[in-house]
Design a protein around this ligand. Structure first.
Ligand SMILES: NC(=O)c1ccc[n+]([C@@H]2O[C@H](COP(=O)([O-])OP(=O)(O)OC[C@H]3O[C@@H](n4cnc5c(N)ncnc54)[C@H](OP(=O)(O)O)[C@@H]3O)[C@@H](O)[C@H]2O)c1
Length: 257
């Protein structure tokens, strides 16, 4: 896809991968709109990159998506790229007490969120001369990290949804990309991986992930799997039992707590 002159909506663009990608896309001459739930984080992002358009919007709230759609299509009718990046990741010990809502919170944000965004914005994207949807999944879409069971299920689901969407949109102008990042240095990772969990894991700097993403998009690489994300996918095919056992090691530490 072309990487300049687009109008791009990035969900969850107020920190981490979304913000770094948004900044790189602004530098390439795109109009970039970012969303998030926390206005203070959006304000900080705007201070860092004044050209960003920031809009408070939660991908797990249907009325927020409707309001976002109305505003973006009115104020930025050239919108031609949707990046479904917003996501949360939690360690869940299934032996501990959680409400049903707490248990499945990631499904609302990481899986229903992108699906609702696609449902709402697809008619607009289909009317553009060319358009793209980029779904941000994870290397953990290919093999789960069992300490984060719901997160990994949402990312496997988003991978599957992206494959189906790509097939159904094959005769349209809308390209469907999937970005499956490896462990990347962001707030999300800091909240879920202890120093012990990081042993044997190469954590990618955000700038490196963004560079690989830009290159992949420019080369029309529909499934972008930088670094260890690609290794996880390969291992899930070549030695699925071995790689699952490797990723299962932190479970004993979690159960002992
Ligand atoms: N970092 C990694 O190692 C890694 C690896 C693989 C995949 N990923 C994926 O990459 C994406 C970005 O993650 P990150 O690491 O950059 O995390 P991050 O720094 O925590 O950023 C997450 C962004 O999403 C926003 N967000 C969270 N819930 C939202 C909601 N319901 N509606 C709208 N925005 C929401 C956050 O802002 P607010 O909190 O203000 O809403 C923030 O802007 C996620 O989908 C994640 O699963 C990350």
């Amino acid at each position: 896809m072309k990487l300049e002159g687009n109008t791009i909506l990035v969900t969850g663009g107020s920190s981490g991968i979304g913000l770094s990608l948004a900044r790189a896309l602004v530098q390439r001459g795109n109009t970039v709109i970012v969303t998030g739930r926390d206005q203070a984080k959006l304000d900080r992002a705007k201070k860092e990159e004044p050209k960003l358009v920031t809009i408070k919007s939660d991908v797990s709230v249907l009325s927020d998506i409707d309001a976002l759609h109305a505003r973006v299509t009115r104020e930025h009718p050239a919108l031609d790229v949707l990046i479904n990046n917003a996501g949360i990741m939690r360690t869940i010990n299934v032996h501990k007490e959680l409400t049903a809502e707490q248990f499945t919170n990631e499904v609302d944000v990481n899986l229903k969120g992108p699906m609702w965004m696609v449902h709402r914005f697809l008619p607009h994207l289909k009317n553009q001369a060319s358009a793209a949807i980029v779904n941000v999944s994870s290397g953990l879409a290919f093999v789960p990290l069992p300490t984060c069971p719901v997160y990994c299920a949402t990312k496997a689901g988003l991978h599957s949804f992206s494959q189906s969407l790509r097939v159904q949109l094959k005769n349209t102008k809308v390209q469907v990309f999937e970005l499956a990042p490896p462990a990347t240095e962001t707030e999300l990772l800091a909240d879920t991986m202890t120093a012990e969990d990081r042993k044997g894991v190469t954590v990618m700097p955000t700038e490196q992930l963004v560079a690989a993403t830009i290159k992949g998009l420019a080369n029309d690489e529909l499934e972008i799997r930088p670094g260890q994300a690609n290794a996880l996918r390969m291992m899930s095919r070549l030695a699925p039992g071995f790689i699952l056992a490797q990723l299962s090691k932190p479970v004993d530490r979690m159960l002992a707590q």
